[in-house]
Design a protein around this ligand. Sequence first.
Ligand SMILES: [Zn+2]
Length: 228
Amino acid sequence: MGNAMRKTIKLSISILLSCFLLAFYGCSNDVTAKERTQNLKDYGIVIDAGHGGQDPGAVSTINGIIESDLNLEIAKKLQSIFMEQGISSSLTRTNENALAETKDEDMNSRRTIIHSSNAPVMVSIHMNSFPDDPNVWGPQVFYCDLESSKELADTLQSLLNEATGGKRKSAYLELYILQGNPMPSVLVECGFISNEVEAIKLSDKEYQALIAQTIADGIYNYCGYKNP
Ligand SMILES: [Zn+2]
């Protein structure tokens, strides 16, 4: 066999192999989409209300609202929205208390809850604050190591922008709560409590419900779940 022929055969084999891998990858993606829907029905989702206990998170200098309270409000609203669909959710905390005495233990306990869940999605709820520039506003979604987390973050970011008129982009950030999780995981900063307009909006129950509903819609979209 001549060198040219050998090269042609090699090339054909590698093209065939690429096609096979592409077909296989495409196929496994379809299965994953179906699995996401089924896993959502079977295992629900994990909702992490950030901060709590000794750690209030950010406190608004505009109207005194406390991040840990708002996080819990929105986490609970999200839980109710899922409950209406018969979808369960595990909250890392269900009241104003932290999960442990120290911050390290608290974060470890959150990680244990997240890692022991088969849920197809984990969402951590937070409020942003940047008192140095009170003009900064808008929800922002962060993701970390999984490509699927970025996909989920982009879905949520675009729906949150549509719902609020925000213009921010999702971003990669190495956060403990997002690292090494078995499922796609995002952290939603629902808005800036250092911005006057947004702090007032975020204190409003209807606006909180809008944010929670938008996060739920993003998760339904990502999981391919058809909201009846
Ligand atoms: Zn926070």
